[in-house]
Design a protein around this ligand. Structure first.
Ligand code: SAM
Length: 226
């Protein structure tokens, strides 16, 4: 029986890849990737040449059968998402569940590595003994409920947000009296930046530096800061 390796990849800086991840990529038979163009850059950097197959969120069901067949034949299969840890606001979970169900004897191994979630918390200076991760907030239905949940949370809440919506989110949070937000932007990249303060402070920062409303953001909200 083969092995399915779920491999974490860099969230920006291509040096952020573990030795084990590189060895797994080098030794596998095939790499399934959320976007083959994204993983190609990483593979080129480390001079790894492997057959690539696309497996995005819409294809997890379809590809699972193919992967199960490969594993039955003893294949070594890798799955990578575009960046960071698969399954964390990324495809991967359904694939793992389907393989576990369809082929109970198969080895499914984690090759851990970067995630924007843990990278942000590691430099936020916030006690992350306990926190809630909500990923991307829903755009419409359920958004108000999620914002209320954030406002009443006793522990930090971590979100992912796109640059197009970051100011909208900060404006929504500005009604939460006493809340403090920390934004970790462009982690591991040239323009890496951490900005903290009340939502209004952070809005003021971005108004003064409009160029900084770019890239990728992790948002940490402490609604009831102790
Ligand atoms: N699986 C990834 C992980 O483990 O972090 C997350 C994938 S999710 C589709 C992409 C979101 O993660 C971005 O919109 C942003 O909120 C966050 N993110 C990814 N890379 C980041 C980075 N370098 N700096 C800050 N946030 C990042």
């Amino acid at each position: 029986m083969g092995t399915l390796s779920i491999v974490a990849t860099p969230i920006g800086n291509l040096e952020d890849i573990t030795l084990r991840a590189l060895r797994t990529l080098k030794e596998c038979d095939v790499i399934y990737a959320e976007d083959t163009r994204v993983i190609s850059k990483l593979l080129a950097r480390y001079e790894i040449k492997k057959p690539l197959q696309r497996l995005d969120a819409a294809m997890e069901m379809k590809r699972a059968d193919q992967i199960i067949e490969r594993l039955e034949a003893g294949g070594r299969v890798v799955f990578v998402s575009d960046a960071g840890t698969p399954g964390i606001s990324d495809p991967g979970a359904r694939l793992v569940a389907l393989v576990r169900e369809g082929l109970p004897g198969a080895t499914i191994e984690a090759i851990p590595g970067p995630s924007a979630l843990t990278a942000a918390l590691s430099i936020a200076g916030i006690d992350a003994t306990a926190f809630t991760f909500l990923g991307f907030l829903p755009h419409k239905k359920g958004r108000q409920t999620a914002l209320k949940k954030i406002a009443s949370s006793e522990i930090p809440v971590v979100l992912y947000e796109s640059p197009h919506r970051i100011l909208k989110l900060l404006n929504e949070l500005s009604f939460q009296v006493g809340a403090r937000v920390t934004l970790a932007r462009e982690l591991t990249k040239i323009h890496e930046e951490v900005v903290s303060g009340t939502p209004s402070d952070v809005i003021a920062h971005f108004t003064a530096h409009p160029d900084a409303v770019r890239g990728e953001f992790v948002v940490i909200i402490e609604a009831k800061r102790k």
